[in-house]
Design a protein. Structure first.
Length: 250
């Protein structure tokens, strides 16, 4: 049995800032509620498949875990990312933190390619990236905490209308992925019979649709089948947001 690869990076952590939850004992220092953030689930899954362990980093939410708040002024987040969003990855040799979940997964793929999350052929890699980006770039940005806060605080939309917005765009992204899953390249997973970056992103999208926004997913049977296949894999199962410390239903 080969040894697990050495962690290639660690989450950024402030030497001085401790989140309120850490001070009152509800969670350990620098712990991010990963169940709230699909981007961290994407990186968590990739790290899990590599055997990379890391502490969670408190830069996702500043304040209540129940109601996501704007983090634009959070000093912890701003030091790690100019966008003040997760995830960020600080390499062991220092330097500017890496940012954006897809870019971080690409970095891990290039530096620790076993097990691979992209196919060997150029066309296959393009397809997998495309599927992943439907979730990461088209669907998820419309339901992030800052969007939810804007809908509530600035536009002052009532909760039922906010939830309708969130559920609509989450499901639309899944439907778009579903359309591509009818292609011949789809196998047990999104592309062939081994998990790829596309499956990592698909799972986050499904969790958002089912656990958070209570969408009717009957229109995306292939996506749900693949999601269930992924959940049979230990790395995926352990990264499920509802299994993380402090997890709460939406």
């Amino acid at each position: 049995m080969p040894a697990a690869p050495r962690a290639v990076g660690r989450p950024w952590r402030s030497p001085t800032f401790r989140p309120p939850a850490a001070r009152d004992g509800r969670c350990s220092p620098y712990q991010t509620p990963e169940y709230r953030t699909p981007v961290l689930r994407r990186r968590s899954l990739r790290n899990s498949t590599l055997g990379i362990s890391r502490r969670r980093c408190e830069i996702a939410l500043c304040g209540s875990f129940r109601l996501p708040k704007s983090i634009a002024s959070c000093p912890t987040a701003l030091h790690a990312s100019a966008q003040a969003v997760v995830p960020s990855l600080v390499l062991d040799d220092g330097g500017t933190p890496l940012f954006q979940s897809i870019a971080i997964m690409e970095y891990l793929e290039e530096t620790k390619p076993q097990p691979p999350i992209l196919p060997k052929d150029a066309r296959g890699r393009a397809r997998v990236r495309g599927l992943a980006l439907i979730a990461a770039a088209d669907g998820h940005p419309l339901v992030t905490p800052r969007i939810r806060v804007y809908l509530e605080k600035t536009l002052q939309l009532p909760e039922d209308k906010r939830n309708a917005w969130l559920g609509h765009w989450t499901l639309e992204a899944l439907k778009a992925i579903e359309g591509h899953l009818k292609e011949k390249e789809t196998g047990r997973f999104c592309h062939g019979d081994t998990p790829t970056m596309a499956d990592i992103c698909l799972c986050g999208q499904v969790v958002g649709a089912t656990a958070y926004f209570k969408c009717d997913v009957s229109a995306v049977p292939t996506a749900m089948r693949i999601y269930e296949e992924c959940m049979k894999i230990d790395a995926f199962s352990r990264a499920h947001p509802m299994k993380q410390p402090g997890a709460q239903a939406h």
